[in-house]
Ligand binder design. Structure first.
Ligand code: MRU
Length: 340
């Protein structure tokens, strides 16, 4: 099932803030509405944000009343700037916006031709993500044994991508191969992507899942209850992997307990011209930490709310992608940008 689709000039998706209690269809018709949906996590997850940026530009093109290509190109530049100002950490958003804009800037033809080009590139980005996830799933499933218990953090599932998922794609593929695996999902404070979205997706697919709070990871690993960890990524740089806050803690605990720690991410998540110190970690509003279900639960104190952390590559056992699997011996090449 596709998480995002283009239907007659409208982007159709699901409002992820309402899941799992309500399935509310979200119809996005303008660039500003797309930016609002991204900022407020109605749509989220690195690969899906790439598709959202691309379809956001398609909305700008579709809604344009420009009478010439240079006027429309200026509108697209403004739209790209709006979309790129929404969330800073997942590189897919920037990668997709730049990919569409590079094509648009090189275009020769009329306004209708430019509209078709922008929409066509957006659709291609979405289709490629769906395909990459299926192939990645197969590549990663080879690392999962029958009866493994796999821990995952946040939601790197169908909802975080155009289709199928990255980390959950690996889990889905292993399950489809007949491996009787079980999943431990962390709730993922403060916005509960694990409890709300990962648990929902796995339950819907009939894959056994046990939910834990984030601070139980050390306990379950110390009891030998976890065989593998598979997570997604928001940006893979020369020396580390940015992913949902708490991933670093899971990785260190996995290292301590000898549990393989795998990252599953498509090439659109790789940003090998940068290092971890270059990554902008999104800081979100304090209310996400101090409030629960709309009610204040914390004392009124200063709050820190980084949405992501960076796991150094020394804690990563392998990175699964659509063209294969990188192991620690390959990571050295990341600095020269050669394998991607
Ligand atoms: O803040 P979110 O929900 O957008 O964060 C999402 C994550 O951290 C995911 O693990 C990551 O994007 C990988 S999704 C395939």
């Amino acid at each position: 099932m596709r998480t995002i689709e283009w239907q007659d000039g409208t982007v159709v998706t699901v409002d992820q803030t309402k899941l799992p209690l309500e399935t509310v269809t979200l119809k996005i018709r303008t660039v500003d509405a797309m930016a609002e949906a991204i900022k407020n996590l109605r749509v989220r997850g690195a690969p899906l944000l790439g598709a959202c940026a691309a379809f956001g530009l398609a909305l700008a093109a579709c809604n344009s009343r420009a009478s010439c290509v240079s006027e429309m190109l200026a509108e697209l530049e403004d739209a790209a700037a709006i979309l790129k100002s929404t969330r800073p950490t997942a590189v897919n958003l920037f990668w997709a916006a730049d990919r569409v804009m590079d094509k648009a800037r090189d275009f020769f033809g009329d306004v209708e031709g430019l509209k078709a080009l922008v929409f066509g590139e957006a659709q291609k980005i979405a289709d490629e993500d769906a395909e990459a996830n299926r192939v990645m799933g197969e590549n990663g499933a080879a690392l999962i044994n029958d009866c493994d218990v796999v821990l995952t953090h946040c939601n790197a599932g169908e909802l975080a991508t155009v289709e199928y998922g990255t980390a959950l794609g690996v889990i889905r593929a292993a399950w489809k191969q007949g491996k009787k695996i079980r999943v431990i999902a962390t709730e993922t404070r403060p916005l509960l992507q694990g409890a709300r979205l990962t648990a929902y997706e796995l339950k819907r697919d009939g894959i056994p899942v046990t939910l834990i709070t984030d601070n139980m990871v050390g306990y379950v690993m110390s009891k030998g209850l976890v065989d593998k960890v598979v997570v997604g990524a928001d940006r893979i740089v020369q020396d580390g992997v940015a992913n949902k806050i708490g991933t670093f803690t899971v990785a260190v605990l996995a290292h301590e307990h000898g549990v393989p720690f795998y990252v599953a991410a498509p090439k659109s998540t790789f940003d090998l011209t940068r290092k971890s110190t270059d990554i902008i970690i999104e800081q979100r509003k304090p209310e996400e930490v101090t409030h629960y279900g709309g009610k204040q639960v914390a004392a009124e104190v200063e709050v820190l709310n980084p949405a992501f952390d960076v796991t150094p590559l020394k804690y990563v056992s392998a990175i699964i992608h659509e063209n294969g699997v990188y192991y620690p011996q390959d990571f050295a090449k990341f600095k020269s940008n050669s394998p991607v």
